[in-house]
Ligand binder design. Structure first.
Ligand code: ADP
Ligand code: ADP
Length: 232
């Protein structure tokens, strides 16, 4: 599971300081999808970067499976980051590499044997329903299939938390549906904790168990999806 406590991010200092995240708190249990929704400028990207440690929070903590990531020293951070897999907007696949090669990428840095790597890649592609596309390049895949390759790559190091950062933005409705149903499947089959950061309310309605609303860097409402979406 992932727990975020009093997370604050301030850019700059003195009179020009900008508080982008202001005491954000939430926790996501195993097998749960938590959505963070918010308008443009609310702080969603900054939150995503603080969660997967592309950026250091100014204060507060991010704890995954009992390990407080925000406290780790640089050299311990790399191993700890494996606990969180990230799927980005319109997946950042390498265009000259096949689906299988893209999924293998995180494993190549890990020193597993080629046989282990290939077996793991085959298993991951099967899990996202793309075994038959292993040797295709990104331009030969639909937007939804590319995102599913991105998800397989995010799962390569067996994270316990999956961060979906605007993962369905820009996809057509059918591709969006296929990505969201895969996320639900991963939640249910692997018990992943999923943080779904999005500006698309439809995605939340279909997928999230609970939702928080980020407004000007504060997570202002939090609760079961049904309760939040009932009233406009
Ligand atoms: P969102 O993803 O919800 O659109 P962002 O996290 O990108 O929001 O940005 C939230 C606010 O933080 C915006 O007002 C943005 O201008 C500001 N911001 C983002 N990055 C920086 C930075 N490096 N320095 C100063 N302000 C920033
Ligand atoms: P087991 O622990 O017996 O492997 P699981 O149901 O946990 O059973 O996993 C089923 C399959 O999914 C396994 O092949 C495992 O490698 C894979 N798997 C489990 N957890 C993750 C994860 N967090 N990310 C990616 N793959 C996973």
């Amino acid at each position: 599971m992932i727990r975020v406590e009093a997370l604050t991010k301030v850019y700059g200092s003195g009179p020009s300081a900008v508080t982008v995240l202001d005491g954000v708190d939430f926790a996501v249990e195993r097998g749960e999808v938590f959505a963070v929704v918010g308008a443009s400028g609310a702080g969603k990207s900054t939150l995503a970067h603080c969660l997967n440690l592309l950026e250091r929070p100014t204060s507060g903590s991010v704890t995954v499976n009992g390990v407080e990531l925000s406290r780790l020293r640089e050299r311990d951070l790399r191993a700890a980051r494996r606990a969180i897999g990230t799927v980005f907007q319109s997946s950042s696949l390498l265009s000259r590499s096949t689906a299988a090669e893209n999924v293998a990428l995180p494993l190549d840095y890990l020193g597993v044997t080629p046989a282990e790597r290939d077996a793991r890649v085959a298993e991951l592609l099967e899990r996202v329903g793309l075994s038959h596309r292993a040797d295709h390049h990104p331009f030969q895949l639909s937007g939804g299939q590319r995102q599913r390759v991105g998800i397989a790559r995010a799962l390569a190091l067996r994270p316990s938390v999956l961060l979906a950062d605007e993962a369905t933005s820009g996809l057509d409705p059918e591709s969006t549906r296929s990505v969201l149903s895969l996320l639900r499947e991963l939640r249910d089959d692997l018990g992943l904790s999923i943080v779904l950061i999005t500006h698309e309310m439809d995605a939340v309605r279909e997928t999230a168990d609970r939702v928080g609303h980020l407004q000007a860097g504060r997570l202002v409402e939090s609760g079961p999806v049904a309760a939040l979406l009932r009233d406009p």
